[in-house]
Design a protein around this ligand. Sequence first.
Ligand code: FAD
Ligand code: NAI
Length: 468
Amino acid sequence: MADNFDAIVIGGGPGGYNAAIRLGQLGLTSACIDKRGSFGGTCLNIGCIPSKALLYASERFHEAKEDFAKLGIKTKVELDLPAMMAQKTKVVGELTKGVEFLLKKTKSEAIVGEARITAPGKVEVKAADGKIRNLTCKHIIIATGSDVAPLPGVTIDEKQIVSSTGALALTSVPRKLLVVGAGVIGLELGSVWKRLGAEVTVVEFLDRVTPGIDGEVGKAFQRILTKQGFTFQLSTKVTGAEKKGGGGLKVTVEPAAGGDKSVIDCDVMLVAIGRIAYTANLGLLEVGVAMDKRGRIVTDAHYKTNVAGIYAVGDCREGPMLAHKAEDEAVACAELIAGKAGHVNYDVIPSVVYTFPEVATVGKSEEELKAAGVHYKVGKFPFTANARAKIIMATDGLVKILADAKTDKILGCAIIGPEAGNLIAEVVLAMEFGASSEDIARTCHSHPTLTEAVRQAAMGVEGWTMQM
Ligand code: FAD
Ligand code: NAI
């Protein structure tokens, strides 16, 4: 085993493993270090993959219970939670093994242990048994990801007061689930447990759900979730949680602006108020790597920190905390290290909430365009007027496309509806190519598909949507 590499990657998540694999493809030697004991990072182990596995399974459960009869299919549906969890664990296991296989294939050494930078080009790795290995390299890529943002005054035990990690592994369906934070995690994992039978109340500090998403789509989203049975307490904050004898929780809330306190009883509370960059025990202060006020590693556009030979990608630096953003940065960083022209187009990074219906966005929201004084045109199309949406009984939602008033260049898109996460890919590609709304409007789309709603919204920009 060599102890010297072209590059050492710290972190085995989408930022880390993609960097190591790309380095290997480009002929550079690397080691990829993760302390978790299983590669794939937050995404594969406790994030994207297990959450989507439970979202998929719970959606099928709900469909079988509520919708099959309407299609003329009679069933007696029963929940087998241990089997559902086992299927989630199986998918996670297969995918994490897949990452190890890819690292091996590209000749990157996968090392399990906690890494610390002792100097530029020097990394110490401490294995679980305490054994130390000292490695050297030309380049260090930090991809240590993020961790749960704590809620002051509340201690997470991952049983009754859980973060997303505990919420992905509950052993029974809570009767009452209180979700703190109406962001992506709160609404996705709230949906899982709602479908499986929990009463779900969401407490949100701001006066809207999913801040940052197009306002019109955000309002529609809240309306649809309320119709599904979610209860929202907006402009409200949680100030404490007390365990009751007998297993429940007494959660104290008050208006965000201050005022009278009230108490909400629940069985489980999910804290989902954001994530923070994770850089603990990495030796950054000692080596002098600059960080911003939010604890994120500061880099230039080429992912270089202020210390020569040290780079950072993914959740531990600025930008959306998304697996595909981490992956794209990893590839670009590896390519730049190899002397190629790696680049990420931050204007076209899609974002998807995998609830039902899904919510997908890319580019600018209408509010952002207004604030920037950009003249734009809007095209919209509701799923109620789409044939495929009617067939699959999923007509809630709409597609909204924003284009420059003068050039017709697509500036943004927001979709709330069935398969929104897949539908947005067409608009992302169009935007990457600098397309106009007319380009999508004049492209032939198969019938009857959900993609026709995207085309109709694009046609709507010039006012020739065909709607009954
Ligand atoms: P991470 O995946 O966090 O990986 C960092 C790794 O570094 C970790 O495994 C950690 O153990 C390791 N590490 C840290 N410090 C050290 C050290 N000193 N030594 C060795 N190893 C170390 N994003 C999406 O795009 N789509 C989704 O559907 C989605 N769903 C999510 C659901 C949940 C519940 C959560 C929590 C997140 C979700 N995300 C999703 C976000 C996504 O998981 C992250 O954006 C992504 O994992 C970031 O990748 P990363 O490589 O930067 O960091
Ligand atoms: P988030 O930033 O999406 O939402 C947090 C919400 O909590 C916000 O609405 C915020 O206003 C609210 N909040 C903050 N402090 C609060 C308080 N004290 N009381 C009540 N509400 C409060 O963060 P979330 O949901 O924790 O997710 C973290 C990150 O993980 C996301 O930013 C996203 O990047 C990533 N993620 C992505 C997914 C996807 O792509 N589908 C799925 C899950 C997570």
